[in-house]
Ligand binder design. Structure first.
Ligand SMILES: [Zn+2]
Length: 163
């Protein structure tokens, strides 16, 4: 049995990951590998996978980020995994990493200005809490912001420059 290190630097069974990533339909027109599993409200595919440590429950991952890690053999780490096709469901291995600057430019272009109540440190904590399984409503309450604000942060629609 072979393992693969995913974004949390934990080793998972690669056959399980491979099976998840195989759950795509290839769009013949666009060449997009559209994920057929759960699609997060932010538009990205997501899957759950059992953590090897029984104390930890399942971990949630974005399929496009896992696709990048899996097919390129490179952990995207703090970088953003970007779509050439702009199709969020797409996990075509032809994804690329975007830099801080590119994402800042992208954010400016799209006019997505971060909330004044938050700062980079808070944003990092919000994403961490969510990854650890905290409910968005609880996080929103904690930071006195709307749930939609939390969703945008988690989906990297806002605060894209914060890794
Ligand atoms: Zn695509």
């Amino acid at each position: 049995m072979t393992n693969i290190t995913l974004l949390d630097r934990v080793q998972y069974r690669s056959d399980v990951v491979e099976e998840k990533l195989a759950n795509v339909i290839i769009n013949k027109e666009t060449g997009c590998h559209e994920y057929q599993g759960y699609i997060h409200p932010g538009g990205y595919g997501r899957f759950l996978i059992y953590h090897p440590d029984a104390e930890v429950k399942k971990k949630k991952f974005y399929t496009h980020r896992i696709s990048y890690a899996f097919f390129k053999g490179v952990n995207p780490g703090k970088l953003f995994v970007c779509h050439k096709c702009d199709n969020r469901k797409c996990i075509n291995p032809d994804l690329f990493l975007g830099t801080h600057k590119e994402n800042m430019n992208d954010m400016a272009k799209k006019g997505r200005v971060p909330s004044r109540k938050l700062n980079e440190e808070k944003v990092r904590t919000i994403r961490k809490l969510f990854t650890e399984g905290e409910k968005k409503s609880i996080i929103a309450e904690k930071y006195s912001v709307a749930v939609s604000t939390i969703t945008k942060i988690i989906d990297f629609k806002t605060w894209k420059h914060v890794a």
